[in-house]
Design a protein around this ligand. Structure first.
Ligand SMILES: Cc1cc2nc3c(=O)[nH]c(=O)nc-3n(C[C@H](O)[C@H](O)[C@H](O)COP(=O)(O)O)c2cc1C
Length: 106
């Protein structure tokens, strides 16, 4: 059986060939990066690319001033979300069926 995950060097970003970071600063709403990232994800999928949100790095970014400077991320940026992109290995015929946890009508 193929075990592609054993070859991964960057476990946080899955060795993605493209990573985008959506962030906010100042008086922007905390939800802003997620909204922009969601649109980017839809655009990526419509182009046939694979795309996945990655939030695990964001808490560490806050103290990494050198890393922020390297990638021109403003030091005062607060909330953010990463998107990793790639070429999907598998073409799915059907989508995974998902349900909301709960919907209440009043
Ligand atoms: C806000 C947000 C942050 C996420 N952060 C991570 C992450 O840091 N690492 C990870 O492996 N998956 C993360 N995920 C999960 C993946 O993006 C993806 O939703 C999950 O693998 C399910 O994929 P599927 O929807 O194609 O089944 C995150 C999802 C969301 C919505």
């Amino acid at each position: 059986m193929k075990k592609p995950w054993l070859k991964i060097k960057n476990y946080l970003l899955y060795d993605a060939p493209l990573v985008m970071y959506f962030y906010n600063k100042g008086y922007a709403d905390p939800a802003d990066p997620y909204i922009a990232a969601t649109y980017a994800m839809i655009a990526a999928h419509s182009l046939g690319l694979g795309c996945c949100m990655i939030g695990s790095i964001v808490p560490f970014l806050k103290s990494m001033k050198k890393l922020k400077a390297k990638y021109n991320i403003p030091a005062e940026s607060k909330d953010g979300i990463f998107l990793v992109f790639g070429y999907p290995e598998y073409k799915f015929q059907k989508a995974v069926k998902r349900t909301f946890a709960e919907v209440n009508y009043t």
